[in-house]
Ligand binder design. Structure first.
Ligand code: HMG
Ligand code: MG
Length: 333
């Protein structure tokens, strides 16, 4: 059999065949190994919005301002500060204009707000907001519960927002909720997500954040989702927004990195949930994402110790335990 083996290895035809095979294997590996991960990742800190929107107890404007300023001091380059939504629907976000008025704006940091309609956009504009996000869903059921209209109606509402944003030179980010599961409709076809995401992108959203609102996604489903959405939108225009209800968020982020996604939403101390998705936990903790990215040698410009301190301060204020495992390990609590 050695002879046979030598014969096979030495034959010029066999060498050609093996060269082709090895090249294919190597390119497959390249796509799937950490060597090919993005060098830089942008973290979108959603704690002051997605995190605090779910808190029942009143939080002083000054405390929200302190949180935002702590986060910018830690090196976060993008902070979602609040929402211009109905105070009857989400009372905690009612003071967003005051928060925007009092934060210390640091050069190079984007301070963004959620705006579900033109009224919200006008409120944001008046408050000096220079970047907003519109939010749609992958299912009509969630859309109705969250913003009281169907997906189609929501997209129609976004058109005047996009027009006003363009006229005022304001960038608009888009969200799709329930991309890996819906609390009302269950499993979601990735094509459904791709079609809503493509509509948001076509109407002018510079980036579309894919929200695993209830945190049921797994790495395999995440890769499948990104592959499907990336057939319609370049993957560098996609972001991942993973809630950690089932403890899959970090694994899903890693799966997304392998798919070439390099923007992730996260929440300091894992604050939050979604008021219209019962049982949904907070977003993946920013500290935990940062620790993983640091370990992978991926640059973010964020200081882990300062971030942990920011998370610890807001948790103490809210009287809740810190949802970041990294913070808990570092603080020995
Ligand atoms: P509606 O009741 O259908 O609105 O709510 P309407 O146009 O019929 O107006 C009713 C009242 O709301 C009127 O006031 C309006 O002026 C007022 P009234 O005459 O009764 O006194 N109103 C507003 N007030 C302030 N700001 C506004 C605004 N618009 C109308 N922008 C609406 C529709 C969208 C307003 C409502 O459903 C709402 O505010 N929903 C909040 C949804 C929300 O904030 N959800 C959480 C954020 S999304 C999320 O967390 C998911 C995400 O993280 C990604 C993920 O995890 O998947 C982004
Ligand atoms: Mg969310």
């Amino acid at each position: 059999s050695w002879k046979k083996c030598n014969h096979v290895v030495c034959s010029p035809d066999a060498i050609r065949v093996w060269k082709v095979r090895i090249t294919r294997i190597a390119s497959g590996l390249q796509r799937k190994t950490p060597m090919n991960l993005p060098q830089h990742v942008r973290l979108v800190e959603v704690g002051p919005r997605d995190g605090l929107q779910n808190e029942k107890q009143p939080i002083e404007v000054a405390d929200k301002v302190r949180l935002v300023d702590d986060l910018s001091a830690a090196g976060l380059g993008y902070i979602e500060v609040g929402s211009f939504v109905s105070p009857k629907w989400v009372p905690q976000m009612a003071g967003s204009a005051e928060v925007f008025a009092q934060i210390q704006r640091k050069a190079g940091v984007t301070y963004a707000a959620l705006t579900p309609n033109l009224k919200g956009f006008e409120g944001a504009l008046e408050a000096g907001v220079r970047e907003v996000a519109v939010f749609a869903a992958a299912t009509d059921a969630f859309s109705q519960k969250n913003i009281n209209c169907s997906i189609k109606e929501s997209l129609e509402r976004f058109v005047p927002v996009m027009d006003a944003a363009k006229a005022n030179d304001i960038r608009v980010r888009g969200y799709v909720s329930c991309v890996l599961g819906c609390p009302y409709d269950g499993a979601i076809d990735p094509k459904q997500v791709a079609s809503v995401a493509a509509e948001l992108f076509a109407m002018g959203c510079y980036e579309v954040s894919l929200g695993d609102t209830i945190g049921t996604g797994t790495p395999g489903a995440t890769r499948q989702l990104i592959e499907t959405v990336a057939a319609q939108i370049p993957r560098e225009k996609l972001a991942g927004h993973f809630h950690d209800t089932y403890g899959q968020a970090l694994a899903n982020i890693y799966a997304s990195l392998l798919e070439g996604v390099s923007v992730f939403d996260s929440s300091v101390a894992g604050l939050g949930g979604c008021p219209y998705a019962k049982g949904a936990s907070g977003n993946v903790a920013s500290e935990d994402v940062l620790y993983m990215l640091n370990g992978l040698g991926i640059q973010t410009g964020i200081d882990l110790d300062q971030l942990i301190a920011a998370g610890q301060r807001i948790c103490a204020l809210l009287g809740r335990s810190n949802g970041s495992r990294v913070a808990r390990a570092r603080l020995g609590s």
